[in-house]
Ligand binder design. Structure first.
Ligand SMILES: [Zn+2]
Length: 197
């Protein structure tokens, strides 16, 4: 029991929602943050990104199949690469065939373009038009939304050394050196962070 007592504060901190299966959640109360705001600022940045993703989706990465012009490209949508689009960018991009362009917010329109593919056949694809990146949430909005009861969950935001195998990934010799079932041999457990007021 003494042994347990040493770790009790930590365990209590971690055990809040960590009892079952995969969804392990640590709460983070913004209203209880003290003078050191460094962790809060990291969390705020993560919430800004998450919030923009929730509202506008994630910026895309494309591989250029063919450069049509400085602002027009025939592209594959990565990572799958199955979808092909005719991408119109806002700014000129000097890129070559086969290169990858990242972090583009684009809206796929109803309009299409036709082109001749490498097999010599005619193909028709949708036009995707880049838009100005949606704005990040401001700090005042973050605080007022929290106060009105809004919460954000940041998936796998915290990684904590496993309390069962103490980071080894394996149980003790006495327990047969089996793979640790709590962390699935990883030695650490990741927690979602539930950001609340
Ligand atoms: Zn473990």
């Amino acid at each position: 029991m003494k042994y347990l007592a040493i770790f009790l504060p930590l365990i209590l901190q971690l055990a809040v929602h960590a009892d079952e299966g995969k969804s392990r959640v640590l709460p983070f109360k913004v209203s209880e943050v003290g003078a050191d705001k460094s962790e809060l600022m990291k969390i705020f940045t993560a919430v800004q990104i998450k919030d923009r993703e929730d509202l506008f989706g994630i910026p895309q990465t494309y591989r250029i199949i063919q450069v049509i012009g400085k602002k027009e490209f025939l592209v594959q949508v990565l990572p799958a690469g199955k979808r092909i689009l005719w991408l119109k960018t806002l700014n000129e991009i000097s890129a070559a065939d086969g290169e990858v362009i990242r972090d583009i917010y684009a809206v796929v329109s109803e309009r299409t373009r036709s082109y001749t593919n490498i097999q010599g056949a005619k193909a028709t694809v949708r036009i995707a038009e880049e838009i100005i990146p949606p704005p990040f949430m401001k700090q005042e909005a973050f605080v007022s939304l929290l106060k009105s009861g809004k919460t954000w969950t940041l998936p796998a935001f915290k990684s904590v050394s496993c309390q069962r195998c103490f980071g080894d990934g394996k149980l003790s010799v006495l327990q047969g050196s089996a793979d640790c079932p709590d962390c699935d041999r990883k030695g650490s457990t990741s927690f979602d962070l539930l950001v609340t007021w």
